[in-house]
Design a protein around this ligand. Structure first.
Ligand SMILES: Nc1ncnc2c1ncn2[C@@H]1O[C@H](COP(=O)(O)OP(=O)(O)OP(=O)(O)O)[C@@H](O)[C@H]1O
Length: 455
């Protein structure tokens, strides 16, 4: 490759006109060594702040050698290098390679500057492989779009400047400049689908169709265009079904959409909630069990720890969690947040503590509560029904009682007259968080709710 960079090889300046700092993911292999070398030759990119990161997984005997190699390369080019050592969860159900990838992405996210660009060395051959792998998994246009040159990542962007460049050109560049790199022995094992495509299938395809990689990459780019157009329509359709609660969609509005659009809208909705992607049979089940007029009142679809249910003309989505154990009890003085079994917490805000500790516990059934402004107590069940609290939320609801067993509050949804008066007098309030806080790191890429546009 000549030293002229491919089109789009400049990291776009930020909105404020400043150069975007670039962090290169440097494995020590051919692709990322060439990427670093090309970027280091760009005065504008150097001026914006060019750094490299090598993630040391410690999984292979040669890992120290790779890190040392990256050091030598970076010091030769005058580029600061961070070596991030990560722990890879060896017992991860999804396999060691997937676990290493997650650990790597976390390290990248932690090291990336706000609004900076993480440059990775994926090239056109990688794109052709990704396109074929997606086709073999029966993906539609969103999946066939394969890798994007720019996409949101953590607090900044993921940038793939070499996506249009064939690997052969990278090799030629490395040889022209006498660059040295380390070979990863794992890349030869054809038991992995990607390696099988790389070493067996793609060479055969190229024999007959020399332009195969370019054609696959072009198909990926066309799919990306189609996917972006569809996404705009999905957003508009989703808006018509939204309610004030982001976790609830109107069944009636969904019913007005063509089936194919509805499937996309449901997937999009789930992505915006940072829940695991809906599997194909999920759409079938929602269509068949939840959206029909005769749907059971407790009909639900569950997948990978998430759940969609229909209730009162709405579809509700969220993490599926076990109810509070009925035997759970805890004394709580209000000083610190009270952690709830299965995630979530109860907090007393605006005042230090209660005058005397209260008892937190699960509902047993039959409780009554005396609400402010009412003469008599009411069955808690009716109070929650009247307030429109969905049944599954009621199962997680912690109650607060005094020593005599009088119910003083049900989460922050119903507060009794005496506790309400006590809180008001102090400008204080109860706050109930019903589930664990979201871990956004798990969603750094893939189900990214932000459309993938150039910065
Ligand atoms: N150990 C590492 N340290 C730093 N960067 C790395 C490391 N491994 C890979 N990278 C960067 O990530 C890019 C992609 O590498 P690779 O395909 O092995 O990773 P991946 O995360 O599995 O990517 P994908 O699954 O998207 O293809 C490399 O070109 C390089 O820029």
């Amino acid at each position: 490759m000549s030293d002229a960079l491919p089109a789009g090889f400049t990291a776009r300046p930020r909105a404020d006109g400043a150069e975007r700092p670039v962090l290169v993911g440097l494995s020590g292999g051919l692709d990322s060594v060439v990427l670093l070398h090309l970027l280091a030759m760009q005065p504008a990119i150097r001026a914006g702040g060019l750094r490299a990161i090598h993630v040391h997984h410690g999984l292979q005997a040669a890992a120290d050698e790779w890190a040392a190699h990256c050091h030598a390369l970076c010091s030769g080019l005058g580029v600061p290098l961070q070596v991030a050592r990560v722990e890879v969860a060896r017992d991860a159900g999804s396999g060691l390679e997937a676990a290493a990838r997650v650990a790597r992405r976390r390290a990248f996210a932690a090291a990336l500057d706000d609004d900076g660009a993480l440059a990775l060395a994926h090239h056109r051959d990688d794109q052709a492989e990704t396109f074929l792998l997606r086709a073999l998994r029966a993906s539609g246009p969103d999946g066939l779009a394969a890798m994007r040159p720019w996409q949101r990542f953590a607090g900044g962007w993921l940038w793939r400047p070499l996506l249009g460049v064939p690997r052969a050109q990278l090799l030629a560049h490395a040889r022209d400049h006498a660059l040295r790199w380390v070979e990863d022995p794992g890349n030869d094992d054809t038991a992995h689908d990607r390696n099988f495509l790389r070493h067996r299938l793609l060479p055969l395809l190229r024999e007959r169709w020399p332009g195969a990689d370019a054609a696959f990459a072009r198909s990926a780019a066309l799919s990306a265009e189609a996917s972006d157009l569809l996404l705009e329509g999905d957003e508009a359709a989703l808006a018509t079904a939204r309610t004030r609660d982001p976790q609830a969609l109107s069944v009636a509005a969904l019913g007005l959409m063509p089936r194919a659009r509805r499937a996309r809208v449901l997937r999009r909705w789930i992505a915006t909630l940072a829940l695991p992607p809906l599997p194909a049979q999920g759409i079938e089940r929602i269509e068949g069990d939840l959206l029909v007029a005769t749907a059971d009142s407790d009909a639900a679809f569950e997948w990978q720890g998430a759940r969609i249910r229909r209730w009162r003309g709405l579809l509700h989505a969220g993490p599926g969690r076990a109810p509070l154990p009925s035997s759970w009890r805890a004394r709580w003085d209000g000083r610190d947040a009270l952690p709830l079994p299965g995630g979530g917490q109860l907090r007393l805000e605006g005042v230090d503590a209660f005058d005397i500790p209260l008892h937190a516990h699960a509902r047993q059934g039959g409780e009554r509560i005396h609400l402010p402004g009412r003469r008599h107590s009411h069955a808690l069940k009716h109070v929650l029904q009247a307030a429109g609290v969905p049944p599954w939320q009621r199962e997680h609801l912690p109650l607060l009682s005094d020593a005599a067993g009088t119910v003083l509050a049900a989460g922050d949804l119903a507060v009794s007259a005496p506790l309400d008066a006590w809180l008001r007098a102090r400008g204080a309030r109860l706050a109930w968080q019903s589930g664990p806080a979201r871990d956004d790191i798990g969603n750094l890429e893939g189900a990214d709710p932000t459309p993938r546009r150039r910065p």
